[in-house]
Write a protein that binds this ligand. Structure first.
Ligand code: SF4
Ligand code: SF4
Length: 884
């Protein structure tokens, strides 16, 4: 016993030490991870006062203020001593009267594009380009990619972006192998960070091309002009909106990091006026003809009307300046508006048009714009990060494509650029197919478990063990090391936040393997419990199990402790739930910090980065776990893994459990062989701890190993009775068919409304009738608390109070509900959620039920309220500041 306690305390002390040192090291290595940037960075005219412009354009010694739309700065070299003046690719720009020569341009990616990377946030990048459009330097100023913080060294990103230096910004550049025959240049990707580098490629190229076009390095694309059909009578407002002649762009206050409000941040409608069918309907015939007579060939009129708390014209607009909140974009070309491009729009003539606070007609004066092709109206804004208060550039845009009915010959054929996640899925098509087949194979094998365990015996378990071993090996090799598709607690935290605050499909779709794996995991956890993933498919769990088995075969068997003493196990198994709870709580304070702490998972060290690429704290921690795995069966899974804990909570409600007999309690033969120590003295299996090794199921059917079956077999043999097959209930099928029993009375079927009523009552009302027999003061306090908690949640959903406060109240309520339920309704469901099988609940069962149920209720209500727009009407509800 002393040995175990000393070992356990040393192991956990080392773990804590390693985590602490690991965090310190990680914090040092992630130099640009969530690096604080000056708040003036996105607004101050003197960009180079805040960022190292000289680093990205060698030879430059002075820089202009921000200019242009989108913004860039000019880089100059002093030519007073002309021999020393650098030349850029032989470009000889003439020097100005101060002896300065323009040698290139510097720009900040977030001034130009708003392309999120894997974290959902953009990588803030400083780019330098010479006067011929050759990239002279790229520097990442800030990123939020967790994989580059603790998974892949940040130097890999630096190495990646260095590949752009010396390349022409207008070249076709793709991540992966180049295709010289098609003029496509290739870039070496960063293994394990595909999404980040694909997004970064778009960031560098799109920003570069936009600036190169603006300064005249790249000539604008000339598109064939549209030929319009004559109007067939004027249309009303709703028809114009329905057919897409008028488009709608709405930005909510929450989209720019402000508290939710009933009024949108901006709610714009816009359309293309040159097309007679649109222009005449919107302006009326006389105004339309007047407008057209003012336009020169190649000029285009666009109307914009808006409501909301923000103005699209901008309060800081000065005469002669540029409207800096709206622009039109067509492919890589952007069109901005000066005051001369603005005309008053006094009224909308289309019947049924609502009234608007702001209106304008903007003229695009460029023959390169063509109404025959799609374009976007872009609203440029600043988005505030509610956690840090940092403002970043954000653009919101809406596509517009003139309906075919206005165009002679209809819309032209075009190939639209695909979303980043589509590119990723296409690039890895073969692997995606193989991975889906692997998932399907795993699901099928487990679904056939009854057949496999019946064929196996307790002495020879190959029918069950061989398929499992194959899954383990493929999981380690193909899924872990090759695909790097290792589910992690950080993904659970991201899902958690996304469900509660903002769901973005692109974010989850950007890694096909993780996306598919999680769908599989969620489904199988509810079908069979966490054991399907943990016991059969987790790359690290599989590795740990193989290390244990291999060590035994290599002579360590006599030192191996299959199991910890039950007393120790029963205490230590809670540690993983504690780790998960701490990570979850910290994630509400800072996702970055939670991601660092999630390094308690050795997955990155094992698969994503490789142990040889890590610093000593990570290596020590990893080695300790490996060492422990050689002597104990899955120590990390049983006691430390936060992901295992997160999956264990919903496993309480798995629909299909394992088979048991009434003798399982006193017999305990299965419990002795259970590597997960998941079988309690009454023979009940704890689904949260069971890793579905299926040993107990082999025993269940084995008439030589299962004591009640063995007894019956011996009895029959002695009595000369035949050995009939073993039935699904785990007993020999009776020799004489059981006497026909009286058919049980058909269960009284509940009507659907009664069933729904009972379910709603059970889940939302934790009290029993006993509550009404308590003192009136206690009843009043109980109900006041209920209303307060609900109110706090509503305030949280409306963005009026921070997630930390909501989480605090949510946890407090969950503890209260847990206690109440254990007194009033001490049972949870067993089996499918639609059934009514109830079983007595342990505290752990009830805690899992309450936590999970409250999370689901909160998320469902949030989504319904968001979807129906109710959230927007909560801005005026009393804030109850005294509560927090
Ligand atoms: S407990 Fe953790 S490491 Fe173990 S199998 Fe499950 S997820 Fe993998
Ligand atoms: S022996 Fe049975 S209860 Fe124990 S882990 Fe295996 S399947 Fe689960």
């Amino acid at each position: 016993m002393k040995y175990f306690s000393a070992f356990a305390s040393r192991l956990f002390a080392s773990v804590l030490l390693c985590c602490a040192s690991g965090l310190a090291t990680a914090a040092e290595s992630g130099a640009t991870y969530e690096a604080p940037l000056p708040v003036q960075l996105s607004t101050d005219p003197d960009l180079c006062a805040y960022v190292p412009c000289k680093d990205v354009i060698p030879g430059a010694d002075s820089f202009s203020k921000r200019m242009g739309k989108p913004a860039y700065v000019e880089a100059y070299a002093n030519t007073s001593d002309s021999d020393d003046a650098p030349e850029t690719d032989g470009a000889k720009a003439s020097a100005d009267e101060n002896g300065r020569k323009l040698i290139g341009y510097v720009f900040l990616s977030t001034d130009i594009v708003d392309i999120p990377a894997y974290s959902g946030k953009p990588v803030v990048t400083l780019i330098g380009m010479d006067t011929k459009g050759t990239i002279t330097g790229v520097r990442v100023l800030r990123h939020s990619e967790p994989i580059l913080l603790l998974g892949i060294p940040e130097s890999e990103l630096t190495k990646f972006i260095k590949q752009y230096v010396g390349k022409f910004v207008g070249s076709k550049i793709e991540v992966g192998a180049g295709r010289p025959d098609q003029g496509v240049l290739g870039l070496d990707a960063i293994t394990g960070a595909t999404v980040t580098v694909i997004a970064q490629n778009q960031v560098v190229l799109r920003s570069g091309v936009q600036i190169a076009k603006q300064v005249g390095i790249i000539k604008p694309t000339i598109r064939p002009q549209a030929k319009f059909k004559q109007a067939e009578g004027n249309r009303d407002w709703n028809t114009l909106v329905d057919e897409g002649s008028v488009e709608h762009l709405r930005v909510e206050t929450a989209d720019v990091g402000m508290p939710r409000s009933r009024e949108p941040y901006i709610d714009m409608y816009f359309g293309y006026l040159n097309a007679p069918g649109v222009g005449r309907s919107i302006l009326g015939d006389a105004v339309y003809e007047g407008l057209m007579s003012r336009l020169k060939p190649g000029e285009h009129a666009i109307f914009v009307v808006a409501n909301g708390i923000e103005s699209f014209k901008g309060s800081g607009f000065v005469r002669g300046g540029i409207y800096d909140r709206v622009q039109v974009a067509q492919d890589m070309d952007t069109f901005t508006f000066r005051d001369l491009d603005y005309l008053n729009l006094y009224a909308i003539r289309a019947d049924g048009a609502p009234s608007f606070r702001e209106s304008a007609i903007f003229i695009v004066r460029s023959p390169t714009f063509s109404a025959a092709y799609p374009w976007h109206l872009v609203f440029l804004g600043n988005k505030m990060d509610p956690q840090t208060g940092v403002r970043t550039f954000a653009n919101f845009n809406q596509k517009y494509w003139l309906p075919a009915r206005h165009l002679e010959g209809g819309r032209p054929e075009i190939v639209e650029p695909e979303a980043t996640w589509v590119t990723v899925w296409k690039t890895r098509k073969t692997e995606v197919i193989l991975f889906v087949l692997w998932l399907a194979a795993a699901g099928t094998v487990y679904a056939l478990r009854d057949k496999l365990v019946r064929r196996a015996t307790y002495k020879d378990r190959r029918w069950k063990d061989v398929p499992k071993l194959l899954l383990w090996l493929t999981s380690i090799g193909f899924v872990g090391f090759y695909l790097l598709a290792v589910p992690s607690i950080t993904q659970v935290l991201t899902w958690f936040h996304a469900i509660l605050f903002e769901w973005r499909w692109e974010l989850f779709l950007s890694d096909p393997f993780i996306f598919l794996f999680w769908i599989f995991i969620i489904v199988t956890v509810f079908f069979w419990g966490r054991g399907m993933f943990c016991g059969w498919m987790c790359p690290y769990g599989s590795l740990s199990e193989i290390v244990y088995k291999l060590s035994g075969k290599l002579g360590l068997k006599r030192f191996q402790r299959h199991l910890l003493p039950q007393r120790w196990h029963d205490r230590l198994k809670w540690v993983k739930y504690g780790v998960f709870a701490v990570l979850l709580a910290v994630s509400f304070y800072s996702m970055g910090m939670a991601e660092k702490m999630a390094e308690v998972e050795p997955f990155k060290t094992t698969f994503l980065v490789g142990v040889w690429n890590r610093t000593w704290p990570f290596v020590t921690f990893w080695l300790l776990l490996l060492l422990a795995s050689m002597f104990f069966e899955r120590p990390f899974c049983k006691y430390l893994c936060p992901l295992g804990a997160a999956l264990a909570v919903p496993s309480t409600f798995r629909w299909w459990g394992l088979k048991r007999k009434k003798e399982c309690g006193p017999c305990a033969a299965c419990a002795v062989g259970c590597g997960s120590q998941a079988i309690d003295p009454s023979g009940r299996i704890d689904q949260r701890e069971c890793l579905l090794c299926l040993d107990c199921q082999v025993l269940y059917y084995d008439d030589h190993a299962c004591p009640p079956l063995a007894q019956e077999r011996k009895r029959r043999t002695k009595a000369g009775e035949p050995l009939t097959p073993i039935g699904a209930n785990g007993y020999f099928i009776p020799i004489t068919p059981a006497a026909a029993t009286v058919a049980p009375a058909a269960a009284v079927r509940q009507s659907a409304p009664a069933w729904i009523g009972q379910e709603v009552f059970d889940h939302l009302f934790p009290w029993s009738r006993k509550v009404f027999q308590q003192p009136i003061l206690l009843q009043a306090t109980t109900f006041a608390l209920t209303i307060l908690v609900t109110w706090v949640w509503v305030l949280g959903a409306a963005g009026r109070i921070g997630p930390g406060i909501v989480l605090g109240w949510w946890s407090a309520w969950s503890v209260y509900e847990l206690v109440v339920r254990m007194r009033c309704k001490p049972y949870v469901k067993d089996g499918p959620w639609w059934g009514r099988n109830l079983r007595p609940a342990s505290w752990a069962d009830m805690a899992a039920y309450v936590t999970f149920k409250n999370l689901l209720i909160a998320a469902t209500l949030f989504l319904i309220m968001k979807g129906t727009g109710v959230l927007d009407y909560l801005s005026d509800v009393p804030g109850l500041e005294w509560l927090y």
